[in-house]
Ligand binder design. Structure first.
Ligand code: NAD
Ligand code: MG
Length: 392
Protein backbone atom coordinates (compact mmCIF):
# COMPACT_ATOMS: atom_id res chain seq x y z
CA UNK A 1 0.00 0.00 0.00
CA UNK A 2 1.35 3.44 -0.96
CA UNK A 3 0.41 6.44 1.17
CA UNK A 4 0.15 9.51 -0.96
CA UNK A 5 0.44 13.25 -0.42
CA UNK A 6 -1.04 15.03 -3.39
CA UNK A 7 0.23 18.61 -3.74
CA UNK A 8 -2.15 20.51 -6.03
CA UNK A 9 -5.06 18.08 -5.72
CA UNK A 10 -7.66 20.35 -7.32
CA UNK A 11 -5.68 20.97 -10.52
CA UNK A 12 -5.64 19.13 -13.80
CA UNK A 13 -2.80 16.77 -12.75
CA UNK A 14 -4.29 16.44 -9.26
CA UNK A 15 -7.68 15.33 -10.54
CA UNK A 16 -6.12 12.93 -13.06
CA UNK A 17 -4.04 11.44 -10.25
CA UNK A 18 -7.14 10.95 -8.12
CA UNK A 19 -8.85 9.28 -11.06
CA UNK A 20 -6.06 6.68 -11.20
CA UNK A 21 -6.04 6.32 -7.40
CA UNK A 22 -9.83 5.78 -7.42
CA UNK A 23 -9.35 2.71 -9.61
CA UNK A 24 -6.93 1.06 -7.17
CA UNK A 25 -8.20 1.32 -3.59
CA UNK A 26 -6.12 -1.76 -2.74
CA UNK A 27 -2.86 -0.02 -3.77
CA UNK A 28 -3.16 3.64 -2.80
CA UNK A 29 -4.40 5.53 0.24
CA UNK A 30 -4.49 9.30 0.39
CA UNK A 31 -2.61 10.73 3.36
CA UNK A 32 -2.93 14.42 2.41
CA UNK A 33 -4.58 16.57 -0.23
CA UNK A 34 -3.51 20.19 -0.78
CA UNK A 35 -4.83 23.10 -2.81
CA UNK A 36 -4.45 26.86 -2.96
CA UNK A 37 -7.91 28.39 -2.42
CA UNK A 38 -10.62 26.33 -4.14
CA UNK A 39 -12.68 25.37 -1.12
CA UNK A 40 -15.71 23.83 -2.85
CA UNK A 41 -13.59 21.52 -4.99
CA UNK A 42 -11.43 20.53 -2.04
CA UNK A 43 -14.47 19.80 0.15
CA UNK A 44 -15.77 17.39 -2.48
CA UNK A 45 -12.41 15.64 -2.79
CA UNK A 46 -12.06 15.33 0.99
CA UNK A 47 -15.47 13.72 1.29
CA UNK A 48 -14.62 11.18 -1.39
CA UNK A 49 -10.97 10.38 -0.55
CA UNK A 50 -11.01 11.03 3.21
CA UNK A 51 -7.37 12.19 3.60
CA UNK A 52 -5.91 12.34 7.10
CA UNK A 53 -4.87 15.96 6.41
CA UNK A 54 -6.23 18.62 4.04
CA UNK A 55 -4.12 21.74 3.49
CA UNK A 56 -5.15 25.03 1.90
CA UNK A 57 -2.17 27.29 1.12
CA UNK A 58 -4.51 30.25 1.59
CA UNK A 59 -5.25 30.64 5.33
CA UNK A 60 -8.69 32.14 4.81
CA UNK A 61 -9.63 29.23 2.55
CA UNK A 62 -8.38 26.84 5.24
CA UNK A 63 -10.87 28.37 7.70
CA UNK A 64 -13.67 27.91 5.20
CA UNK A 65 -12.68 24.30 4.53
CA UNK A 66 -12.57 23.59 8.26
CA UNK A 67 -16.10 24.89 8.54
CA UNK A 68 -17.29 22.86 5.54
CA UNK A 69 -15.81 19.69 7.05
CA UNK A 70 -16.79 20.44 10.67
CA UNK A 71 -19.10 17.45 10.87
CA UNK A 72 -16.49 15.09 9.37
CA UNK A 73 -14.26 13.46 11.95
CA UNK A 74 -10.78 12.27 11.05
CA UNK A 75 -9.81 14.98 8.54
CA UNK A 76 -7.42 17.53 9.99
CA UNK A 77 -7.56 20.86 8.13
CA UNK A 78 -4.46 23.03 8.05
CA UNK A 79 -3.53 26.29 6.35
CA UNK A 80 -0.41 28.03 5.07
CA UNK A 81 2.77 27.34 3.17
CA UNK A 82 4.58 25.60 6.03
CA UNK A 83 1.80 23.01 6.22
CA UNK A 84 2.36 22.22 2.52
CA UNK A 85 5.99 21.35 3.28
CA UNK A 86 5.07 19.38 6.41
CA UNK A 87 2.65 17.04 4.60
CA UNK A 88 5.28 16.56 1.89
CA UNK A 89 7.98 15.39 4.33
CA UNK A 90 5.96 13.60 7.02
CA UNK A 91 6.83 9.94 7.67
CA UNK A 92 3.20 8.81 7.22
CA UNK A 93 3.38 9.48 3.45
CA UNK A 94 5.85 7.58 1.25
CA UNK A 95 4.85 9.06 -2.12
CA UNK A 96 4.37 12.70 -3.06
CA UNK A 97 2.76 13.92 -6.28
CA UNK A 98 4.24 17.38 -6.93
CA UNK A 99 1.48 19.02 -8.98
CA UNK A 100 1.37 22.61 -7.75
CA UNK A 101 1.77 25.01 -10.65
CA UNK A 102 4.73 27.38 -10.79
CA UNK A 103 7.38 28.54 -8.35
CA UNK A 104 4.95 28.04 -5.44
CA UNK A 105 5.66 24.32 -5.82
CA UNK A 106 9.39 24.52 -5.22
CA UNK A 107 9.59 24.42 -1.42
CA UNK A 108 7.00 21.65 -0.86
CA UNK A 109 8.51 19.56 -3.67
CA UNK A 110 11.96 20.09 -2.22
CA UNK A 111 10.68 19.07 1.22
CA UNK A 112 9.51 15.76 -0.27
CA UNK A 113 12.86 15.28 -2.02
CA UNK A 114 14.87 16.02 1.12
CA UNK A 115 12.74 13.53 3.06
CA UNK A 116 13.70 10.83 0.54
CA UNK A 117 10.19 10.16 -0.78
CA UNK A 118 9.11 8.73 -4.06
CA UNK A 119 8.50 12.07 -5.77
CA UNK A 120 6.30 12.17 -8.86
CA UNK A 121 7.40 15.38 -10.55
CA UNK A 122 4.79 17.27 -12.55
CA UNK A 123 5.84 20.72 -11.25
CA UNK A 124 8.56 21.36 -13.84
CA UNK A 125 9.06 24.97 -12.71
CA UNK A 126 10.67 23.74 -9.45
CA UNK A 127 13.37 21.89 -11.39
CA UNK A 128 13.84 24.71 -13.91
CA UNK A 129 14.42 27.23 -11.11
CA UNK A 130 16.87 25.23 -9.07
CA UNK A 131 18.15 22.39 -11.32
CA UNK A 132 21.56 21.63 -9.83
CA UNK A 133 20.57 22.14 -6.19
CA UNK A 134 17.39 20.14 -6.71
CA UNK A 135 19.23 17.19 -8.29
CA UNK A 136 21.94 17.36 -5.61
CA UNK A 137 19.17 17.05 -3.00
CA UNK A 138 17.76 14.02 -4.83
CA UNK A 139 21.15 12.27 -4.78
CA UNK A 140 21.83 13.20 -1.18
CA UNK A 141 18.50 11.96 0.20
CA UNK A 142 18.09 8.96 -2.11
CA UNK A 143 14.65 10.21 -3.15
CA UNK A 144 13.09 8.29 -6.03
CA UNK A 145 12.37 11.03 -8.58
CA UNK A 146 9.97 9.89 -11.31
CA UNK A 147 9.04 12.25 -14.16
CA UNK A 148 5.33 12.77 -14.79
CA UNK A 149 5.55 15.33 -17.59
CA UNK A 150 4.48 13.12 -20.51
CA UNK A 151 7.65 13.76 -22.56
CA UNK A 152 10.01 13.06 -19.68
CA UNK A 153 8.04 10.04 -18.61
CA UNK A 154 8.32 8.80 -22.21
CA UNK A 155 12.10 9.39 -22.25
CA UNK A 156 12.40 7.69 -18.88
CA UNK A 157 10.53 4.68 -20.24
CA UNK A 158 12.87 4.54 -23.26
CA UNK A 159 16.05 4.52 -21.13
CA UNK A 160 17.62 1.57 -19.32
CA UNK A 161 16.40 1.92 -15.70
CA UNK A 162 19.90 1.53 -14.22
CA UNK A 163 21.31 4.55 -16.10
CA UNK A 164 18.12 6.58 -16.61
CA UNK A 165 19.60 9.55 -14.72
CA UNK A 166 22.49 9.88 -17.14
CA UNK A 167 21.94 9.52 -20.86
CA UNK A 168 25.69 9.64 -21.45
CA UNK A 169 26.05 6.38 -19.57
CA UNK A 170 23.21 4.88 -21.60
CA UNK A 171 24.75 5.19 -25.08
CA UNK A 172 22.32 7.90 -26.14
CA UNK A 173 23.08 10.21 -29.08
CA UNK A 174 20.06 12.50 -28.91
CA UNK A 175 16.74 13.01 -27.24
CA UNK A 176 13.90 13.79 -29.63
CA UNK A 177 11.53 15.89 -27.56
CA UNK A 178 8.11 16.03 -29.15
CA UNK A 179 5.78 19.05 -29.03
CA UNK A 180 2.21 19.40 -30.26
CA UNK A 181 2.96 22.91 -31.52
CA UNK A 182 0.02 24.28 -29.53
CA UNK A 183 -3.11 26.02 -30.80
CA UNK A 184 -1.16 28.57 -32.90
CA UNK A 185 1.15 26.17 -34.72
CA UNK A 186 -0.04 27.36 -38.13
CA UNK A 187 -0.78 31.02 -37.21
CA UNK A 188 1.30 33.78 -38.80
CA UNK A 189 3.23 36.05 -36.42
CA UNK A 190 0.70 38.78 -37.20
CA UNK A 191 -2.30 36.55 -36.46
CA UNK A 192 -0.71 35.53 -33.17
CA UNK A 193 -0.28 39.08 -31.89
CA UNK A 194 -3.78 39.51 -30.60
CA UNK A 195 -5.07 36.05 -29.77
CA UNK A 196 -7.25 35.89 -26.67
CA UNK A 197 -6.60 33.95 -23.45
CA UNK A 198 -9.53 31.71 -24.36
CA UNK A 199 -7.94 30.84 -27.72
CA UNK A 200 -4.55 30.30 -26.10
CA UNK A 201 -6.03 27.91 -23.54
CA UNK A 202 -7.87 25.83 -26.15
CA UNK A 203 -5.16 23.23 -26.64
CA UNK A 204 -5.80 20.93 -29.61
CA UNK A 205 -4.86 17.66 -27.83
CA UNK A 206 -4.45 18.12 -24.07
CA UNK A 207 -6.75 19.49 -21.41
CA UNK A 208 -4.56 21.23 -18.81
CA UNK A 209 -4.39 24.10 -16.32
CA UNK A 210 -4.38 27.65 -17.72
CA UNK A 211 -0.71 28.46 -17.12
CA UNK A 212 0.70 25.41 -18.87
CA UNK A 213 -1.86 25.87 -21.66
CA UNK A 214 -0.50 29.35 -22.38
CA UNK A 215 3.06 27.99 -22.07
CA UNK A 216 2.15 25.39 -24.69
CA UNK A 217 0.84 28.11 -26.98
CA UNK A 218 4.07 30.18 -26.74
CA UNK A 219 6.24 27.01 -26.77
CA UNK A 220 7.73 28.17 -23.46
CA UNK A 221 6.42 24.86 -22.16
CA UNK A 222 8.80 23.10 -24.54
CA UNK A 223 11.60 25.41 -23.43
CA UNK A 224 10.94 24.61 -19.77
CA UNK A 225 10.78 20.94 -20.73
CA UNK A 226 14.13 21.16 -22.49
CA UNK A 227 15.67 22.50 -19.28
CA UNK A 228 13.79 19.87 -17.27
CA UNK A 229 15.21 17.13 -19.52
CA UNK A 230 18.75 18.49 -19.16
CA UNK A 231 18.56 18.12 -15.39
CA UNK A 232 16.65 14.86 -15.23
CA UNK A 233 18.81 13.04 -17.76
CA UNK A 234 22.13 14.90 -17.44
CA UNK A 235 22.36 16.38 -20.92
CA UNK A 236 22.42 19.73 -22.74
CA UNK A 237 20.07 21.54 -25.14
CA UNK A 238 22.45 20.75 -28.04
CA UNK A 239 21.69 17.02 -27.54
CA UNK A 240 17.93 17.58 -27.54
CA UNK A 241 16.01 18.18 -30.72
CA UNK A 242 12.44 19.43 -30.53
CA UNK A 243 10.16 17.74 -33.04
CA UNK A 244 6.76 19.30 -33.54
CA UNK A 245 4.38 16.35 -33.82
CA UNK A 246 0.83 17.69 -34.02
CA UNK A 247 -0.87 14.36 -33.30
CA UNK A 248 0.64 14.15 -29.76
CA UNK A 249 0.80 10.35 -29.89
CA UNK A 250 4.58 9.90 -29.70
CA UNK A 251 5.41 11.47 -26.35
CA UNK A 252 9.17 11.61 -27.04
CA UNK A 253 12.02 9.46 -28.35
CA UNK A 254 15.55 8.45 -27.49
CA UNK A 255 18.14 7.90 -30.23
CA UNK A 256 21.04 5.60 -29.37
CA UNK A 257 24.57 5.56 -30.81
CA UNK A 258 23.79 2.41 -32.82
CA UNK A 259 20.99 4.22 -34.67
CA UNK A 260 18.11 2.68 -32.69
CA UNK A 261 15.33 5.12 -31.87
CA UNK A 262 12.97 4.13 -29.06
CA UNK A 263 9.66 5.92 -28.71
CA UNK A 264 6.82 5.81 -26.21
CA UNK A 265 3.35 6.16 -27.71
CA UNK A 266 -0.11 6.53 -26.27
CA UNK A 267 -3.29 8.56 -26.34
CA UNK A 268 -2.68 12.10 -25.06
CA UNK A 269 -3.94 11.36 -21.55
CA UNK A 270 -1.92 12.29 -18.44
CA UNK A 271 -3.27 9.28 -16.59
CA UNK A 272 -0.69 7.16 -18.47
CA UNK A 273 2.46 8.85 -17.08
CA UNK A 274 0.74 9.33 -13.70
CA UNK A 275 -0.08 5.62 -13.43
CA UNK A 276 3.43 4.80 -14.61
CA UNK A 277 4.94 6.85 -11.79
CA UNK A 278 2.47 5.70 -9.14
CA UNK A 279 3.01 1.99 -9.80
CA UNK A 280 6.61 2.03 -11.08
CA UNK A 281 8.08 -0.47 -11.92
CA UNK A 282 4.74 -2.26 -12.23
CA UNK A 283 1.98 -1.42 -14.72
CA UNK A 284 -1.59 -0.71 -13.70
CA UNK A 285 -4.87 0.09 -15.42
CA UNK A 286 -5.25 3.87 -15.85
CA UNK A 287 -8.59 4.20 -17.62
CA UNK A 288 -6.86 5.34 -20.82
CA UNK A 289 -8.47 4.49 -24.18
CA UNK A 290 -6.38 2.02 -26.22
CA UNK A 291 -4.49 3.57 -29.10
CA UNK A 292 -6.13 3.08 -32.51
CA UNK A 293 -3.30 3.52 -35.01
CA UNK A 294 -5.55 2.49 -37.92
CA UNK A 295 -7.86 5.40 -37.16
CA UNK A 296 -4.86 7.76 -36.91
CA UNK A 297 -3.22 6.60 -40.13
CA UNK A 298 -0.32 9.10 -40.23
CA UNK A 299 2.16 10.91 -38.01
CA UNK A 300 3.64 14.28 -38.94
CA UNK A 301 6.84 16.02 -37.85
CA UNK A 302 7.99 19.64 -38.29
CA UNK A 303 10.89 21.74 -37.06
CA UNK A 304 9.86 24.38 -34.52
CA UNK A 305 9.82 27.93 -35.93
CA UNK A 306 12.00 29.92 -33.53
CA UNK A 307 11.10 33.20 -35.20
CA UNK A 308 7.40 32.82 -34.40
CA UNK A 309 8.07 31.06 -31.08
CA UNK A 310 11.07 32.86 -29.51
CA UNK A 311 10.38 31.42 -26.04
CA UNK A 312 12.02 28.15 -27.04
CA UNK A 313 15.24 29.99 -27.91
CA UNK A 314 15.09 32.07 -24.71
CA UNK A 315 14.83 28.93 -22.59
CA UNK A 316 17.83 27.26 -24.27
CA UNK A 317 19.85 30.47 -23.84
CA UNK A 318 18.89 30.71 -20.16
CA UNK A 319 20.02 27.15 -19.56
CA UNK A 320 23.34 27.82 -21.28
CA UNK A 321 23.80 31.06 -19.30
CA UNK A 322 23.41 28.87 -16.20
CA UNK A 323 23.29 30.01 -12.57
CA UNK A 324 20.14 31.92 -11.76
CA UNK A 325 19.16 32.60 -15.41
CA UNK A 326 16.56 29.77 -15.64
CA UNK A 327 14.92 30.99 -12.40
CA UNK A 328 14.68 34.49 -13.92
CA UNK A 329 13.25 33.06 -17.15
CA UNK A 330 10.65 31.16 -15.15
CA UNK A 331 9.67 34.10 -12.94
CA UNK A 332 9.34 36.52 -15.87
CA UNK A 333 7.28 33.94 -17.74
CA UNK A 334 4.94 33.39 -14.78
CA UNK A 335 4.31 37.14 -14.48
CA UNK A 336 3.88 37.64 -18.23
CA UNK A 337 1.48 34.71 -18.53
CA UNK A 338 -0.56 35.94 -15.55
CA UNK A 339 -0.75 39.41 -17.14
CA UNK A 340 -1.82 37.90 -20.46
CA UNK A 341 -4.52 35.83 -18.77
CA UNK A 342 -5.73 38.96 -16.95
CA UNK A 343 -6.00 40.84 -20.24
CA UNK A 344 -3.09 43.18 -19.45
CA UNK A 345 -0.56 41.96 -22.00
CA UNK A 346 -0.85 40.85 -25.59
CA UNK A 347 0.23 37.33 -26.46
CA UNK A 348 3.24 38.28 -28.57
CA UNK A 349 4.64 40.46 -25.78
CA UNK A 350 5.02 37.54 -23.39
CA UNK A 351 8.33 36.65 -25.05
CA UNK A 352 9.40 40.30 -25.12
CA UNK A 353 8.88 40.72 -21.38
CA UNK A 354 10.90 37.57 -20.70
CA UNK A 355 13.73 38.62 -23.01
CA UNK A 356 13.96 42.10 -21.45
CA UNK A 357 13.83 40.72 -17.92
CA UNK A 358 16.61 38.25 -18.71
CA UNK A 359 18.70 41.12 -20.09
CA UNK A 360 18.07 43.27 -17.00
CA UNK A 361 18.84 40.75 -14.24
CA UNK A 362 22.49 39.82 -13.75
CA UNK A 363 23.23 36.09 -13.73
CA UNK A 364 24.90 34.86 -10.56
CA UNK A 365 25.81 31.32 -9.48
CA UNK A 366 22.78 29.47 -8.07
CA UNK A 367 24.66 28.39 -4.96
CA UNK A 368 21.74 28.31 -2.54
CA UNK A 369 17.98 28.55 -2.52
CA UNK A 370 17.96 32.04 -0.97
CA UNK A 371 19.85 33.36 -3.99
CA UNK A 372 17.37 31.69 -6.32
CA UNK A 373 14.36 33.12 -4.50
CA UNK A 374 15.97 36.59 -4.42
CA UNK A 375 16.45 36.47 -8.21
CA UNK A 376 12.91 35.18 -8.63
CA UNK A 377 11.60 38.22 -6.71
CA UNK A 378 13.84 40.67 -8.59
CA UNK A 379 12.76 39.24 -11.95
CA UNK A 380 9.08 39.50 -11.05
CA UNK A 381 9.45 43.15 -10.06
CA UNK A 382 11.22 43.99 -13.31
CA UNK A 383 8.73 42.04 -15.42
CA UNK A 384 5.78 43.70 -13.66
CA UNK A 385 7.31 47.14 -14.11
CA UNK A 386 7.63 46.56 -17.83
CA UNK A 387 4.11 45.18 -18.10
CA UNK A 388 2.76 48.27 -16.32
CA UNK A 389 4.76 50.67 -18.47
CA UNK A 390 3.47 48.96 -21.59
CA UNK A 391 5.82 47.30 -24.02
CA UNK A 392 5.50 49.92 -26.76
P1 NAD B 1 -3.64 23.64 -12.43
O1 NAD B 1 -3.64 25.11 -12.50
O2 NAD B 1 -4.76 22.88 -13.06
O3 NAD B 1 -3.57 23.19 -10.89
C1 NAD B 1 -2.64 23.74 -10.02
C2 NAD B 1 -2.81 23.21 -8.60
O4 NAD B 1 -1.88 23.89 -7.76
C3 NAD B 1 -4.20 23.46 -8.01
O5 NAD B 1 -4.54 22.39 -7.14
C4 NAD B 1 -4.00 24.74 -7.19
O6 NAD B 1 -4.90 24.83 -6.09
C5 NAD B 1 -2.57 24.57 -6.71
N1 NAD B 1 -1.92 25.86 -6.50
C6 NAD B 1 -1.89 26.91 -7.34
N2 NAD B 1 -1.20 27.94 -6.81
C7 NAD B 1 -0.78 27.52 -5.59
C8 NAD B 1 -0.05 28.14 -4.53
N3 NAD B 1 0.41 29.41 -4.63
N4 NAD B 1 0.18 27.42 -3.42
C9 NAD B 1 -0.26 26.15 -3.30
N5 NAD B 1 -0.98 25.52 -4.25
C10 NAD B 1 -1.23 26.20 -5.39
O7 NAD B 1 -2.23 23.15 -13.02
P2 NAD B 1 -1.89 21.78 -13.76
O8 NAD B 1 -2.19 21.91 -15.20
O9 NAD B 1 -2.44 20.63 -13.00
O10 NAD B 1 -0.31 21.78 -13.65
C11 NAD B 1 0.36 21.49 -12.44
C12 NAD B 1 1.84 21.31 -12.72
O11 NAD B 1 2.01 20.15 -13.53
C13 NAD B 1 2.48 22.47 -13.50
O12 NAD B 1 3.77 22.67 -13.05
C14 NAD B 1 2.49 21.98 -14.93
O13 NAD B 1 3.54 22.53 -15.69
C15 NAD B 1 2.71 20.49 -14.72
N6 NAD B 1 2.18 19.66 -15.82
C16 NAD B 1 0.86 19.65 -16.10
C17 NAD B 1 0.35 18.88 -17.14
C18 NAD B 1 -1.12 18.83 -17.43
O14 NAD B 1 -1.55 18.02 -18.27
N7 NAD B 1 -1.95 19.62 -16.79
C19 NAD B 1 1.24 18.12 -17.92
C20 NAD B 1 2.60 18.15 -17.60
C21 NAD B 1 3.07 18.91 -16.55
MG1 MG C 1 4.80 17.98 -21.25
Amino acid sequence: MRHLTLLGATGSIGLNTLDVVRRHPDRFAIYALTANASVAEMTKLCLEFRPRVAVMADEKAAGQLEQALSSEPGIEVRGGKDALCEVAEVAAADTVMAAIVGAAGLLPTLAAVRAGKRVLLANKEALVMSGQLFMDAVIESGAELLPIDSEHNAIFQCLPPATARDVRASGVRRILLTASGGPFRTHSAEAMRHVSPREACAHPNWSMGQKISVDSATLMNKGLEMIEACWLFNTRPSAIEVHVHPESIIHSMVEYLDGSVLAQLGSPDMRTPIANGLAWPERIEAGVAPLDLFALGKFHFERPDLARFPCLRLAAEAFEAGGTAPAVLNAANEEAVAAFLAGNLCFADIALIIERTLAAVAVVPADDFDTIFAKDRQARLIALEQIEQGVG
